[in-house]
Design a protein around this ligand. Structure first.
Ligand SMILES: [Zn+2]
Length: 65
């Protein structure tokens, strides 16, 4: 799958990573440490708030090494 990363030297780039390969940690060009770039969530996920729920728990995992 195509994943986007940001390198402090090269800027943002995309690489084709297999799931078994895990996350890319270093830039293939300059070997700098890269950060995962998450594509913005489309507005279809936004709720209008018609349900009136006050709290919603989002389970987000952060795997910062
Ligand atoms: Zn780089």
């Amino acid at each position: 799958m195509i994943k986007a990363y940001k390198c402090p030297m090269c800027g943002e780039f995309e690489v084709d990573r297999k799931l078994s390969e895990g996350e890319l940690e270093n830039c293939p060009k300059c070997n700098n440490k890269v950060k995962r770039v998450w594509t913005p969530i489309p507005s279809i996920w936004k709720t209008s708030g018609a349900f009136g729920k006050s709290t919603s728990s989002t389970s987000s995992k952060t795997s910062e090494g």
